[in-house]
Design a protein around this ligand. Sequence first.
Ligand SMILES: Cc1ncc(COP(=O)(O)O)c(C=O)c1O
Length: 368
Amino acid sequence: MSNPLPFVDLKSQYAALKRSIDARIQRVLDHGQYIMGPEVGELEAKLADYVGARHCITVASGTEALLIGLMAIGLQPADEVITTPFTFAATAEMIVLLGGVPVFVDIEPDTCNIDASLIEAAITPRTRAIMPVSLYGQCADMDAINAVAARHGLPVIEDAAQSFGASYRARKSCNLSTFGCTSFFPSKPLGCYGDGGAIFTSDDALAQACREIRVHGQSARYTHTRVGVGGRMDTLQCAIVLAKLERFEWELQRRHELGARYQALLDGAALELLQVRADRDCVWAQFTVSVDHRDAVQQALRDASVPTAVHYPRALHRQPAYATDAFGPLPSAERAAGRVLSLPMSADLSELDQDRIVQALRRAVDGA
Ligand SMILES: Cc1ncc(COP(=O)(O)O)c(C=O)c1O
């Protein structure tokens, strides 16, 4: 392949939305309210409406959303939070940052999401919350997780950094549990041009706690009712997301089409495809396959100018900062970490380029 492809095509997206994005940015420059300007409330209202939650609280990043959610439920040192070992580090990192203990439960091998059937056995008197991740853009089995949580009186925080826009049993990701926390990192399904994120909840008291924690625990100006953080999302980033919402439904549609097309074109190839459960969809934040000899496959694709990425090369209980043998081996997470490979994916990926990627991948897995 001659022309290098982008892994995520943000340039074509900007070209398509240039007029709206530029106008939205100009409006902020004109009014000058860079922090908590009118676009912040406008975006929060639109996103809450979109996912069907009562409240949306925009925050500085997806990481901050997880931190603020955990602070809002009052996580204390030594409290345990059940989560997946196969995720971006931020999920466990925020638990540890607050002095909590991540309790890793293995994943389903075919979706790479936490295996809900293993959660109940991991609950102890110190368990304070359950934090599933809707990995690659497909929701974890949230109803099964909510049922376990309800039996034990635990809140559920969905790490929905990769799944904004995804549906689960006719409901939207971010509105499936106590909290939904998403990220507007530029390459996410709905991204800004820097860092940003949001917390969703339909619990009024928790929403109020998140709003206060976001601004240093203030319940009124200079009244610090609780300990918080400086966790706001700035007005310019909110303005950019507002402009991107204009074609978000089209983008989701394209992601569904391209995901289904990848699956059809790769059917029968010497690799494993992620399974999408019948009661939900996947917004393909990453289009990830599972291959033998990943290094060789990745090199062959690099030689063919196809960029790839590995989400994620090590399960978290094998990372130095979180290393523990407390849970024994977590075989599905460890196997996935050695095999997963993400291919270029974005709404603006052309079918011609997708055909070339598939040809290069088929050649690579046959030759590996
Ligand atoms: C599963 C998961 N959780 C949390 C985050 C953190 O989001 P952010 O980069 O916006 O802080 C990410 C981002 O990559 C993620 O993929």
